[in-house]
Ligand binder design. Structure first.
Ligand code: ADP
Length: 356
């Protein structure tokens, strides 16, 4: 059998959709799987514009393959994309694209290999919805139980003796932890469900830090941890930010500093003005983190000590929020010496800068 025939057979029997286009996006090859996935017959697409048929416009920037080639990128790229079938329904595709260049580097055309992953996507979405509904429903009983415990502790149902108080406080501590785990998980599943876009308004960082420090004092005092603030006087500490979310970042970092610092230690919170950014740093004299763990510390569910009582989501949530603001989060740490977690936040959004 001649080679051309063999190649044709291989391409036609590929379990993936295969589409070959020339440099102008005209379809020159379209296999059986591609016909099955898209609903278009080979004869309907060969010689026609891939852009018009599958992207509904001749605009090359709408086609990932053309965009990739316009940037002169080489090698394969893997992406997820949607496609409207001939029948009108929307499909989710997992696509591999690779442009082809001649020896002089001129773009000749490219290949798209694709699989229909609509049913996997649907299952994934349903699984995430179930998990987040489940987490949401778990929150109410915890809140109600803590409310009744608070009533017991304030002697509203008769005098509570010292042992009963101690037990009730232990139960409340555990419920508080459960509440935090559920909140972290809910936030995580929201971030997973759709890209987080901050709602910007003017936000005073210094005031937010001072408020968080106050609410943390009881916990810190219990562990005999000293908290210091290092904020230059007269600092203009306003940023354009999603206030409630930046508060979440601050409280994650401060809670961790208290959690991972031994009694007698010190936590220093600073704000520094650096060009068009404000840098918040939270320094502790705590247990520190060894270098093998540092690259993973901002990953979801990553915890250094598996007996840590946290979810391993706090730093992931902080990173997602900071990066959505156009900022950065990083850590310097050494075991037994302590850690410094730093966050940079642009004072203004780039749109604000352009419009002013
Ligand atoms: P967790 O809820 O477990 O605290 P985080 O995402 O906030 O989750 O932190 C991930 C891991 O990073 C923690 O389990 C802990 O091991 C380590 N870590 C975070 N902050 C500190 C810190 N200030 N000092 C030492 N280790 C820390």
């Amino acid at each position: 059998m001649d080679k051309g025939k063999i190649y044709e057979m291989i391409i036609n029997n590929l379990p993936h959709g295969f589409s070959l286009v020339d440099k102008d996006g005209i379809v020159t090859e379209f296999n059986r799987s591609a016909e099955k996935i898209t609903g278009y017959r080979r004869s309907e697409v060969i010689g026609k514009s891939h852009l018009e048929i599958f992207h509904g416009s001749s605009d090359k920037s709408l086609c990932p393959l053309m965009q990739y080639a316009l940037k002169k990128k080489k090698g394969a790229d893997f992406l997820e994309s949607t496609l409207t079938r001939k029948t009108g329904e929307t499909l989710y595709l997992s696509v591999t694209i690779f442009p082809i260049y001649d020896d002089d580097g001129s773009f000749l055309g490219g290949v798209e290999l694709f699989r229909d992953v609509t049913s996997q996507k649907k299952e994934e979405r349903e699984r995430k919805n179930i998990l987040s509904m489940f987490a949401h429903d778990m929150k109410n009983p915890v809140v109600i139980s803590r409310g009744f415990l608070a009533r017991l502790l304030s002697n509203k149902a008769g005098m509570v003796n010292a042992t009963q108080r101690e037990y009730c406080e232990t139960i409340d501590g555990e419920l508080k932890r459960l509440h935090e785990l559920i909140s972290d998980f809910l936030q995580f599943s929201r971030f997973e469900a759709k890209e987080y876009v901050p709602v910007f308004s003017l936000f005073n960082l210094e005031r937010a830090l001072a408020e968080h420090v106050e609410s943390l004092r009881i916990e810190a005092d219990k562990k005999n941890i000293n908290i210091e603030l290092d904020i230059p006087s007269g600092l203009a500490s306003e940023v354009s930010a999603d206030g409630s979310m930046v508060c979440r970042v601050i409280s994650n970092l401060l809670d961790n500093a208290v959690k991972y610092t031994n009694p007698g230690g010190t936590i220093t919170i600073a704000i520094a003005d650096k060009d068009d950014q404000l840098i918040v740093s939270v320094k502790d004299t705590g247990v520190g983190i060894s270098s093998e763990h540092l690259p993973f510390i901002f990953d979801a569910f990553y915890r250094v000590g598996k007996d840590s009582k946290g979810s391993g989501l706090g730093l992931f949530i902080a990173k997602t929020i900071v990066e959505a603001h156009g900022g950065t989060i990083w850590v310097d740490s050494a075991p037994a010496k302590g850690s410094v977690f730093s966050v940079s936040l642009p004072k203004k959004r780039s749109e604000d800068t352009h419009s002013s």
